[in-house]
Design a protein around this ligand. Structure first.
Ligand code: TNX
Length: 535
């Protein structure tokens, strides 16, 4: 705002001056008035909720606001504390979480577990009146997603991570919301270039704000082995010592990995670990000679070719190795899945590949986990419990469905975050497609591939392969804003989505991304509202 009264000097008071002053400051008050948000339907929420109804007033949060929980479940408390701590960090207001033993006083934020079949596991309702902001859900995770919506109803500056003096005013009305798909994820390749604990946590924070709940970590590649396996220490000591371009690489110790798993779990995000095999294994083959058919260790690899390496599928030690690796990894994995890769095994015969995957499947199951694999694994003996991740082949996806397996949709032409936006993008590849923001948004998982319908699909994942991505700024540039498209496709049913309307919300969310310090791609397709020209 620039309604400055700087031109007024402290000359003698005259009625004329006072009228002039009044005229000058009137627009100031009018515009302040305009800034009190009262129309909930005008709020920018990504992903778009199932329904939003406005009642034309507003709810204020200030130092007297209490946060009340109606149960003493630890997870309910966690959702409430997330909001309390978030607001304390950004405003300095200390909002303590209290038990609502005798009801909550006027002006409170209330968390309550209910039983409403329409909401499912992850849904929530925000009931906002002048007197109370109430979040209800069947499960704590629903409350947690409701909190993420509240963040988006507050001014973008709330995301700065620094104390601000801000009017914390939320328009009144009701939001009812639940996701279309239960699996809404991203994949990060820490093999080609290593990304450490802090980078992964920062990425998880961004995803949580978009109600995404899966982070698949691609932990092993030709160029690097990134997870400590105590029974095979050379995997990381040698195999983790470099990366694409010859940099120093790195790896997660088991303690660090557990730190990520716990950080994610506290935010209702599932970590899915991937050990890619039998291909994409040069780092392992370079670390242990006995894993090679000829008994000779390979050289470490820092290029970007694919499809040249393979574990020796006929050797007994290969399966002992896999059993040790999967065993240690399963012990670190509270979630149900172990991803075994299985992609681009160009140097393995089909029959050998099928035998190999079948054997690996029984190893994974012997450690109490479900095997997940890229679409090529559909050729193996799958069952109703299996999950296949489509990236390239509709035929393999249909084969998987014929075997009663479920599908995660990661079509390279739509979800690959390493694809360039257009031919001028200075990072990324384009073997699958150029993916501009509209293209990332305009598709639906359940209609993309003939023969694969809603009932076959558990959700979507957007992979970021990192052959050309070396640091967090570059990661953010490729991931944002396309991940917002995918977050909405995973959460919001197709009949509620429209590119023309989404791009306006995305434009508004740009301000929030700026405040969060996200280095996003300013696509010309989006009428960005930046901090500097926001009215
Ligand atoms: C294909 S997708 C791969 C990766 C590459 C990526 C590059 C898949 C299962 N394999 O190994 O990094 O393309 O876009």
């Amino acid at each position: 705002m620039n309604h400055s009264t700087k031109t007024m000097t402290n000359k003698a008071y005259t009625p004329f001056r006072s009228t002039l002053l009044g005229l000058l400051i009137l627009p100031f008050f009018l515009s302040c008035e305009k800034e009190i948000p009262t129309d909930l339907t005008q709020s920018t929420i990504i992903p778009k909720p199932v329904s939003v109804a406005a009642t034309g007033s507003s709810f204020k949060i200030n130092e007297t606001t209490g946060i009340y929980v109606q149960s003493n479940s630890e997870e309910v408390n966690q959702a409430a504390s997330f909001l309390g701590e978030f607001l304390t960090k950004s405003t300095g207001i200390n909002l303590e979480v209290k038990q609502a033993t005798e009801g909550a006083p006027e002006g409170s934020i209330v968390f309550e577990i209910v039983n409403d079949p329409e909401l499912g596991d992850e849904g929530y309702i925000l009931d906002i009146s002048k007197k109370q902001l109430k979040i209800t859900a069947n499960k704590p995770v629903g409350l947690f997603w409701g909190v993420q919506t509240i963040r988006q109803l507050l001014p973008p500056e709330i995301e700065s991570g620094e104390k601000q003096t801000l009017p914390l005013i939320i328009p009144t009305g009701t939001i009812k919301d639940y996701p279309e798909y239960g699996h809404r994820g991203t994949m990060l390749d820490v093999g080609r270039h290593f990304f450490g604990v802090d980078a992964v946590k920062r990425y998880i924070d961004f995803l949580v704000a978009l109600k995404m709940n899966v982070m698949h970590l691609h932990l092993t590649e030709d160029q690097g082995w990134r997870i400590e396996i105590k029974s095979w220490p050379n995997l990381t000591a040698h195999g983790g010592s470099t990366e694409v371009g010859g940099g120093e690489g790195g790896f997660f110790t088991q303690e660090q990995y557990t730190e990520i798993v716990n950080y994610a779990a506290a935010r209702h995000v599932l970590i899915i670990p991937e050990i890619d095999m039998p291909g994409h294994t040069n780092a392992a083959l370079a670390s242990y000679a006995e894993l090679n058919c000829d008994g000779k260790a390979t050289e470490l690899y820092t290029g970007t070719e694919v499809g040249f390496s393979s574990l020796c599928v006929d050797k007994k030690i290969t399966y002992e190795f896999i059993n040790d690796v999967i065993g240690e990894l399963a012990a670190l994995t509270p979630g149900p899945y172990i991803h075994i890769g299985g992609d681009e095994t160009h140097s393995t015969e089909k029959e050998d590949f099928i035998k190999f995957i079948n054997q690996v499947k029984s190893i994974v199951e012997s450690h109490g986990k479900i095997m997940l694999g890229w679409d090529e694994t559909a050729q193996a003996d799958l069952g109703a419990n299996s999950v296949v991740q489509l990236w390239a082949s509709p035929e393999f996806a249909r084969m998987a469905v014929d075997k009663n397996a479920k599908i995660i949709m990661s079509p390279a032409t739509k979800t690959y975050l390493d694809m360039q936006y257009d031919s001028t993008t200075h990072l990324g590849l384009h073997w699958a497609a150029y993916i501009e923001v509209d293209s990332s948004y305009i598709w639906s998982p359940e209609t993309l591939i003939p023969g694969i319908g809603r009932e076959n699909i558990i959700g979507i994942e957007s992979p970021l392969w990192t052959e050309t991505i070396t640091n967090m700024d570059e990661l953010e540039y490729m991931v944002f804003p396309r991940i917002l498209s995918h977050a909405e496709i995973g959460w919001t049913a197709a009949n509620l989505r429209s590119w023309d309307e989404f791009k306006l919300r995305l434009a508004q969310y740009g301000v929030r991304m700026e405040v969060m310090g996200i280095d996003f791609y300013r696509s010309k397709q989006v009428p960005w509202v930046t901090e500097s020209n926001e009215q």
